[in-house]
Design a protein. Structure first.
Length: 249
């Protein structure tokens, strides 16, 4: 099993889109995937086809709090065959009362044999859910939009991993790959941010994923972009980015 944590303490960086594309890509390779929505907004579940009235026996928060097993809580994605989903709900907002969840994913997930890959989508904040996801991660994937503050958040995430995660919770943890997202060709800011990322993280930056309305449309349709518009350039961009990651994994 490989646990892939998609993280950045900033909203709007395409974390959820990226997590869904990772899940869809791995499932397309014939791998059994568990997609964990660790964000109370529940957007990963939505992008993988879960509706408000989709029946669930338990949710991500229940698993973290040991109120349910992963097997009990995981439900098949209605959108992507081969992907099971743990639903993110507002119950995750109450985790600050339960610091014991910090090592829950790390302790629970490696013992599971049903899935070959686990994708954890984290909230746009450094909270217990994010820390728990990083503590379990084999690979940390960081989507970054072309904005100065987004790059600052990458540095903040790196510092968090270096000082709080790697020393004891997850030795050897580091940012594995950065995926530049929502890129606009010809825009100076995009080129500058891309150059800065390559300078600071050489060999760990994938080819960029362009900005596209299809990303928002696919969310409304409850599908990963690669399923909603498989021939769209942004779907091709994600395929190239993820293939680059897998070639080095």
């Amino acid at each position: 099993m490989t646990i892939w944590t998609v993280a950045l303490p900033k909203g709007g960086s395409a974390k959820t889109t990226t997590a869904a594309e990772l899940a869809a890509h791995f499932a397309g390779l014939g791998r059994r995937v568990l997609a964990i929505d660790a964000c109370q907004q529940g957007d990963l579940g939505t992008r993988l086809g879960l509706l408000e009235d989709t029946p669930v026996a338990a949710v991500t928060a229940d698993v973290l709090l040991s109120a349910a097993t992963v097997e009990d809580a995981a439900i098949p994605s209605p959108a992507v065959a081969g992907v099971d989903v743990l639903a993110g709900t507002r119950d995750l907002a109450n985790l600050h009362h339960h610091p014991e969840v910090l090592t829950a994913f790390r302790d629970i997930l490696p013992a599971l044999t049903i899935w070959s890959d686990v994708i954890i989508d984290t909230p746009p904040a450094i909270d217990l859910a994010t820390l728990a996801a990083l503590a379990a991660a084999d690979r940390v994937i960081v989507p970054v939009v072309a904005a100065g503050e987004a790059f600052d958040q990458v540095e903040e995430l790196q510092q968090l991993i270096t000082t709080r995660i790697a020393p004891r919770l997850n030795p050897g943890c580091r940012i594995g790959w950065i995926i530049p997202t929502q890129q606009r060709a010809g825009r100076c800011l995009d080129a500058d941010v891309l150059s800065t990322l390559h300078d600071h993280y050489p060999g760990r930056v994938t080819p960029p994923v362009r900005e596209a309305v299809a990303v928002r449309e696919s969310y409304l349709a409850g599908l990963p972009v690669s399923h909603y518009a498989p021939h769209h350039p942004v779907a091709s961009d994600y395929h190239t980015a993820i293939t680059t990651i897998l070639e080095e994994a």
